[in-house]
Design a protein around this ligand. Structure first.
Ligand SMILES: [Zn+2]
Ligand SMILES: [Zn+2]
Length: 758
């Protein structure tokens, strides 16, 4: 039989994941000669051997690729036989197009953990151990291709032993770019709050400080955490005071899953997600008797847990069980990732710093996920997931950048049929976040070499991200497209489900700028990626004081009561009215009647706020969605009754009137029905409303598919009840999974819409 020679190109996540050593071993197994190289498009093989051997080689590679790789495409071309004598790995080259993908950061693998804790291993207790299958990737890579010289590891010169491993295709550290050891790699340091070095073993020092109830800023993979002993109520209180974060739940890290399961219920799927190489924070239901202090997640049924994902964490947990590990930032600012900056920004929060000299090039907050009906739902998509692209249902040669919205912001850039959704940036309303936003955008454009042709922004003229995007488009002379917020939500859900056809889109959230200049948030659209039609919405109501009404749900409570009962609501025999500050209310009433700073809103988020406040749960908030979340958390899961919303037809349009529901809630409150029952009746009522409006729209249009999107669908009760009821009524339901339903998904939706425009 005659030999043949083939050039084989492989695309996907194929760099930095042990692809070349796998190829090398397989080539030797099948006695193939030639070469393999990482180029800017992926991996290219030059293979020579008998045709059946080449076939077997490819079959085995496809069947058993390296665990962290993701092969998207393999193309092959015949070449003239050269009679090579060996198979070799060729050094990376820089190409013109950066078509390759870089893997997200990966939690420490079992092999590395074993070595880390083995006193005979040469990397015993070395906090930066990693291999081809684990370690930092995205956060240390400055540019592509993924090669040590383009990472922040460049400054560490490998010692001879590490070099040998790195160059040996049979070694599990073959071409592991961040490979290092105690002799040649990065090191830890322990600093006081002013940044002055404290002598001693940094891990031991940090452990001691944590045990004493101190707050330690710990530099991890994608940025700093603020850590304290989670069992120490006082330490948690101090952290909350210093971080000015009185209520928002704090993330936890525990040594292993058996410790986690002491505090929360843990299904197999949840356990798997916790232990996955992506290692997100997983929201888990507290056990009845939970020994974690209530102030970790006040008024919440869930705790967010993650496992140690860097060797440094594993070492810390040798003598500790469970720590608070919350993002190292000041309120609303981005996470700190640079040593000096961290000392400057966190010095008034942390008592000391556990730092190292491996620089983080781009920050990545912990991702947050939960398991629902056996599926993973991402609420924040960042470390472990970014910058892996999401496949769009459409392909467009034009490269598109979406600047997102405002809260939980991300940006997205498309190339062909891929949407690169950025790491989590945060609330783009302060200088630090805007700087991080700008830096992130520059990095992505340069990193993937995707100079965008089209810029997409939210319709809201006041969003910083909109201003920024408009300026960017002007300066770069690019086409600018403005997209309505709720259309972008539905588009993000369509993209997440790889769908492009007309659906009934239920877009419910707190705030989004409407096409009529009003504030939308309780919307039913008939939409595909290209366009949308608003078919129904919650009746408008004034938002007295604008943002102030968002921060003070009692304003919405009073406004809804005023609209329902008129001035007489002040005589209602309920606690809300009894404790209402009449002077403050007069001011609000004036604002409403004179239409001063009282924009109209159809927001379901604000309706949640109103109900939460009226039944006495929360009058003012300290983090986004607090009143609604606390209302969800008290819901009585066994209650079956519900409030019925009135749907009124206006031409070909429907308006939802919630005043009857408000009336029933007041009646129930007077009759001393428990808050838990009222909450559940309200939730089921909303689910019922979704079904009823969807039925009307199905009748009008024949469309049977429903997308649920917007921040309100982070509410698990509503999402479950609505999905369940819709399915029972023979609808096909699409929920979010990979793209968050909140505003973190807006940028992806914006890009998906622009991709549909020729
Ligand atoms: Zn490893
Ligand atoms: Zn070394």
């Amino acid at each position: 039989m005659k030999k043949e020679r083939k050039k084989i190109e492989i695309r996907g996540i194929v760099q930095g994941v042990g692809f070349r050593p796998t190829v090398y071993r397989l080539a030797r197994k099948y006695n193939l000669k030639g070469s393999v190289l990482n180029d800017s498009k992926g991996v290219t093989l030059d293979l020579e051997g008998y045709p059946e051997d080449i076939d077997s080689f490819l079959a085995e590679l496809k069947k058993k690729p390296p665990p962290l790789s993701n092969i998207e495409e393999i193309t092959s071309k015949k070449l003239v036989v050269e009679n090579f004598h060996e198979f070799k790995i060729i050094e990376s080259e820089k190409g013109e197009e950066k078509k390759t993908l870089v893997s997200p950061d990966i939690a420490t693998c079992k092999d590395c953990e074993r070595e880390l804790l083995n006193s005979k291993d040469r990397r015993y207790l070395y906090p930066f151990i990693n291999c081809t299958n684990c370690g930092p990737r995205f956060t240390i890579t400055k540019e592509l291709p993924y090669d040590r010289k383009y990472t922040t590891m460049k400054k560490f010169k490998m010692c001879e032993k590490c070099r040998d491993e790195y160059e040996d295709p049979e070694d599990r550290r073959f071409h592991a770019q961040p490979d290092a050891c105690n002799d040649c790699g990065p090191h830890l340091e322990f600093l006081d709050k002013k940044g002055k070095k404290i002598e001693g073993n940094p891990i031991e020092k940090a452990t001691q400080f944590l045990k004493e109830g101190k707050i330690v800023a710990v530099k991890g993979l994608g940025g700093f955490h603020l850590a304290c002993n989670a069992r120490d109520k006082k330490a948690v209180e101090t952290l909350r005071e210093r971080k000015k974060r009185p209520f928002k739940p704090l993330a936890l890290m525990a040594r292993n899953t058996s410790i986690i399961s002491k505090f929360v219920h843990l299904s197999n799927e949840e356990k798997e997600l916790l232990m996955s190489p992506r290692a997100p924070v997983v929201l888990l239901k507290k056990k009845g008797k939970c020994a974690i202090p209530e102030n970790i997640a006040p008024n919440n049924k869930f705790l967010g847990f993650m496992l140690p994902y860097a060797p440094l964490h594993i070492l810390l947990f040798q003598n500790l069980e469970v720590l608070v590990m919350t993002s190292g930032n000041r309120r609303d600012e981005p996470i700190a990732f640079d040593n000096k900056d961290a000392v400057k920004r966190l010095g008034h929060i942390a008592d000391c710093f556990l730092v190292h000299d491996r620089d983080i090039w781009i920050q990545a907050d912990d991702s947050i996920a939960r398991v629902l009906d056996g599926e993973t739902l991402l609420l924040r998509r960042s470390r472990g997931y970014a910058p892996e692209p999401i496949k769009s249902p459409l392909r467009n040669e034009k490269k598109i950048i979406g600047f997102g919205a405002h809260k939980h912001n991300t940006f997205s850039i498309s190339r062909d049929d891929e949407i690169f959704v950025s790491h989590y940036i945060g609330e783009t309303d302060n200088l630090e976040t805007i700087k991080a936003f700008e830096r992130g955008i520059k990095h992505f454009i340069n990193f993937f070499d995707i100079p965008p042709d089209i810029a997409v922004v939210d319709l809201h003229p006041e969003y910083e991200a909109t201003r920024f995007g408009k300026k960017w488009a002007e300066e770069n002379k690019k086409t600018l497209i403005e997209i309505q917020h709720h259309h972008a939500h539905i588009a993000s859900c369509l993209a997440d489900n790889h769908l492009d056809e007309k659906v009934i889109g239920v877009a419910w959230d707190g705030t989004g700028y409407g096409a009529d200049g009003k504030i939308w948030g309780g919307e039913f659209l008939i939409a595909d990626l290209k366009s949308y039609e608003r078919k129904a919405h919650l009746q408008y109501i004034p938002l007295p004081g604008g943002d102030a009404a968002v921060k003070e749900p009692w304003r919405m409570g009073a406004t809804y009561l005023y609209k329902t009962f008129g001035k007489d609501f002040l005589n209602l025999d309920i606690d809300f009215v009894k404790k209402l500050d009449r002077k403050k209310w007069e001011l609000i009433e004036n604002m409403i009647n004179k239409k001063v700073n009282s924009p109209q809103t159809s927001s379901i988020g604000r309706l949640f706020d109103a109900v939460s406040s009226i039944i006495g749960i929360r009058d003012s908030i300290t983090y986004q969605g607090q009143a609604a979340i606390e209302l969800e958390m008290i819901a009585n899961e066994t209650e079956k009754n519900f409030y019925e919303f009135d749907i009124q037809e206006k031409y070909d349009f429907h308006v939802i009137d919630p005043l009857g529901v408000i009336k029933s809630i007041v009646r129930d409150t007077k009759n001393r029905v428990s808050k838990s029952d009222i909450s559940m009746k309200f939730h089921i009522g909303l689910a019922d409303l979704i079904v009823n409006v969807s039925k009307i729209l199905r009748e009008q249009t024949g469309i049977n598919k429903v997308c649920l999107s917007g921040g309100v669908f982070q509410n698990m009760i509503l999402r479950s009840k609505a999905s369940e009821k819709l399915k029972r009524n023979k609808f096909k339901v699409y929920n979010h999974r990979k793209i968050p339903p909140n505003d973190g998904g807006i940028s992806a939706g914006q890009v998906a819409i622009a991709m549909s425009i020729e």
